[in-house]
Structure formats: C-alpha cells, structure tokens
Design a protein around this ligand. Structure first.
Ligand SMILES: [Zn+2]
Length: 345
C-alpha cells in the first residue's frame, strides 16, 4: 500500500514537472456549484458577492466571500437565545468562561435538569456560568437523549456539510480561472481537477484555522484545505486547536494528519466498531469528495503505529478513566508578512 502510494506520488510529481499548464478546456458556462441551477432557492445569496465598489478579486461574482455564512459557521451567542433543556447525568464542573482554563472549582450535581443557552457546539451558558456540552444531554419529550448536546450539534452540522459537499463530486472550481490562493470553499463540480495535467490550478483553497499548524504551505488546498474547512465549520473558526495525545481515540470532527501518506482525514463518525472518515483527494489526483472510507479500531491502531503524524482536535478535553483531562491549546497563529503560496497536498 505504502509503495503504491509512493509510486503514484512520484508519477504525479513527474507529470506536474513535465506537463506544464497548457491546453485548458473552454470555461464551463455554468457556475461551479451544485445548486447553481436553483437561484430562486434559499441559497440564492450564495451567488451574490461584494458589490462592484467592495472588491475586485476574481471569484467575487460567485459569492465565495460569503462563505462564513455557510452551514456549520458558529453563530454569535445572542443569535440563539432560546434556552435548551438538558440533563446533567453526573457531577459536572462549572466554568467562569467558555474555556477549559476557566474552572471555578464549583460543580453541578448529577441527576439535574437545567436550561442552557448558546450555539455551542462545545460550551453553553447558564446564569453567567459555562458548562461543557459533552456533559449535557438534550431532553426530548421529557426524556434525556443518549447523545450529548455537543455530539447532536456536530451531527447536524456534518449533515448540512455533506449536503453541500456531496459524495462523489469534486472539491474544485474546474472551468473557472482564479489566482492561486483565492478561496472557493463551497465550490463543487462534477469534473475531476486532474493534478497530473493541471497541477493545483483548479483545486479549491481554504486555509482557515489549520493554516496555523501547516503554515509552510502558505495556502491550504486539496485534502488539507478540505479538512480545515470541515473542522472550522463544525466548531467555528475561533475554536482553539489542540493535539490529541498519542493513542487516545479520536471523535467526530477530529483531523487525522498522515505523514507517509501525506494525507488528511476528518473523523465523520466514531463508534464501537471504528471510524468513518470524510476526505477530499483520496486518489491524489482529482479532489474527489468521499464520506465513505472506514477504519476498524485495529486498522486505526496499526496506522497510528507508523503514520499518524498528529490528531488535531477542537475538543478541549479527552477522557481518561471516566474523567475529563484538559488539553493545552496551541497558541493562535499570526501569519508572517510575506509568506507566499506553496503547494499543500
Ligand atoms: Zn484538485
């Protein structure tokens, strides 16, 4: 497997070196988004970019600068003041701010029903204090659900993202000429971007928060850009990044970065059998979107043994012997002036 991937990588590199960028097909007449034919639908605002006075960057006409309003974007706390009734099954820590560092030393008794506010997905407010969403279980018809409030929200955001970035389509802007690094995070086409012919000319770019960890690339595209996009839309771009300690099992939304495979995967689901993963560019050639790859836990452990460079998580805690252990956030990234674009696989 490793040899095969290495050979493909070498082949692509050779093609990229020899191929150049000649021979483009005519630009497609349609907008490179799956909902382009439905401009009267609710997504019509996607097609509205900044007005002529607000920006002249290529791509504005496709509304790509509206991307922060896409599914999974973390709304401001006051956008959802509606209280949510939740059940707190076990004694739970109380925080003075929405941060793992803001422990008050106080706890809330287990077996309690309370009302919280906020969009989470990680932190929820209650009377000026904060609770961690993995400790809270939404109440439906008077009964607590078995899925935490955080996991419920993450699942809903994944479903919205899966609809916008569908299985079997290509995460690219094929047919539209754009300068290197212009972000088109929700552009999807039915046409492969053929890296062996065009390099990354038609691949989508999205840097987002993961750029802080992979700043050597300048901009993020292909599997890494896609992983950054999903992570930011699930948790909010402002959510801190943490590295999960080696051997701790990942959860939905975590980002597995593979070193030898030079690939990124987002955990779509984790259950007792293993992982289902979301990714772009599994074949290293065309930015295909896939939500179907699975690993058993045995396969994950084997992969972990030799190729998981790191697991990037937005969850501030991991569980050890039934207790939450706080992680240390990676310091926020400030781009150095003058960093220019480079390829990211
Ligand atoms: Zn591509």
């Amino acid at each position: 497997m490793k040899k095969k991937i290495g050979a493909i990588g070498l082949f692509i590199t050779l093609c990229a070196l020899l191929g150049g960028c000649g021979g483009f097909a005519e630009p497609l007449a349609y907008l490179p988004v799956p909902w382009a034919g439905q401009e009267a639908e609710a997504d019509a605002w996607l097609l509205l970019g900044p007005g002529p006075d607000e920006g002249s960057l290529a791509g504005a006409e496709w509304g790509i600068f509206e991307s922060m309003r896409q599914p999974g974007h973390q709304a401001a706390p006051d956008e959802n003041p509606q209280p949510i009734t939740v059940y707190v099954p076990v004694r739970t820590e109380i925080f003075s701010q929405a941060s793992e560092e803001a422990q008050t030393g106080e706890t809330l008794a287990g077996g309690t029903f309370i009302k919280v506010t906020g969009n989470g997905p990680l932190w929820f407010a209650c009377e000026g204090r904060w609770l961690y969403g993995q400790d809270l279980f939404p109440v439906e018809d008077g009964r607590p659900t078995e899925t935490s409030l955080t996991a419920t929200l993450i699942e809903g955001r994944f479903a919205a993202l899966e609809e916008k970035l569908p299985e079997g389509s290509y995460w690219n802007h094929m047919g539209q000429e754009l300068p290197e690094g212009v972000e088109t995070p929700f552009s999807v086409t039915k046409t492969p971007c053929e890296h062996s012919t065009y390099g990354q000319a038609y691949c989508n770019f999205y840097s987002g928060s993961m750029l802080g960890l992979f700043s050597q690339y300048g901009h993020l595209c292909q599997c890494l850009g896609f992983a950054s996009l999903l992570s930011d839309r699930l948790f909010g771009e402002a959510a801190p990044l943490y590295l999960l300690p080696h051997g701790i099992r990942p959860q939905a939304g975590d980002h597995l970065r593979l070193l030898e495979y030079e690939h990124s995967l987002i955990v779509r689901e984790a259950d007792e059998n293993g992982l289902r993963l979301a990714e772009a560019n599994p074949e290293y050639e065309d930015c295909l979107i896939s939500w179907q790859r699975t690993f058993t836990w045995e396969e994950w452990e084997a992969l972990y043994g030799w190729d998981v460079e790191c697991t990037v998580t937005r969850y501030p805690f991991y569980q050890e012997e039934g207790r939450w252990v706080a992680l240390e956030a990676i310091p926020a990234y400030t781009p150095e002036p003058g960093v220019s674009g480079a390829e990211s696989p």
